[in-house]
Design a protein around this ligand. Structure first.
Ligand code: ABF
Length: 257
């Protein structure tokens, strides 16, 4: 009857979720196994996929397979996870040359340009990942897209002072024509409106999500124009940064460089 059908649908949903988590775990573990060597300085990303990479670093340190790692976290959440696993931490102030950084993404285009910041951590991710010799992106195949914009709003971190003015200035930028800026409310790590107060980042700023109906034509120009806007701290377009992208799909794992 109806109850049986509902239970079956629920079980299928659980199974699908488990599968996507399993994919995230595969790429998180593979990135660490393939790219993290003993005696190096590494950047630890933020989000549910990056959390598996952090978990793996903790495991390998505990088993002794990895030694003398120093890690730079990209958010308070990641810092807390790493601390709980006994991973030695530092900051860019003392360690600004990273051998490798590993992080997730919200969207990846065919040139490995990224949208990041759905998790609200884009500023710390960018400042850390810019310092890494290798930047390894880990995603499940649902993040791959033909062009950035319509699949996932582009997050921009802005200073709270006169944020409505800054949002209007952003909407006027030629490379972002047609975007609708939406102030993120509620939990900073959740880019669905889920509260009535502005979401606040680890840096005490706000996030504006830029909603697009069509792909942005020039992600580099869009990033430059955002960066040149007074009031913008940084934005979630990560262009020309990716060394390799490890993608988990139903047919297995692939690597794009
Ligand atoms: C970080 O976490 C962010 O840049 C991105 O917004 C998010 C992806 O999270 P998840 O891996 O949970 O999808 O990488």
């Amino acid at each position: 009857g109806v109850a049986a059908v509902t239970v079956a649908a629920g079980a299928r949903r659980v199974a699908r979720r488990a599968t996507q988590d399993e994919l995230k775990k595969q790429v998180g573990y593979k990135a660490v196994d393939d790219y993290v060597k003993s005696g190096t300085v590494i950047g630890l990303g933020t989000g549910s996929t990056a959390a598996f990479a952090v978990e793996r670093v903790g495991q390998l340190l505990k088993s002794g397979e990895l030694k003398d790692i120093i890690a730079i976290p990209t958010s308070i959440r990641t810092k807390e996870q790493a601390e709980s696993l006994g991973i030695p931490l530092a900051t860019l102030d003392t360690h600004s040359d990273l051998d490798v950084a590993i992080d997730g993404a919200d969207e990846v285009d065919p040139n490995l340009n990224l949208v990041k910041g759905g998790g609200g951590a884009l500023f710390r991710e960018k400042i850390v990942e810019m310092c890494a010799k290798k930047f390894i992106v880990i995603v499940d195949e649902s993040k791959m897209c033909g062009g950035l914009g319509p699949g996932f709003p582009i997050p921009v971190e802005i200073v709270p002072f006169c944020h409505e003015h800054t949002m209007r200035e952003i909407a006027k930028l030629p490379a972002l024509a047609g975007c609708k800026p939406v102030l993120r409310l509620g939990d900073v790590a959740n880019n669905k409106p889920d509260g009535d107060k502005p979401a606040v980042t680890d840096n005490s700023n706000y996030i504006v999500d830029l909603v697009f109906e069509t792909p942005i034509k020039d992600a580099v120009a869009a990033g430059e124009q955002l960066k040149n806007t007074v009031g913008v701290v940084d934005h979630g377009l990560f262009t020309g940064m990716t060394t390799a992208c490890i993608i988990a799909g139903s047919d297995g794992i692939s690597v794009k460089e």
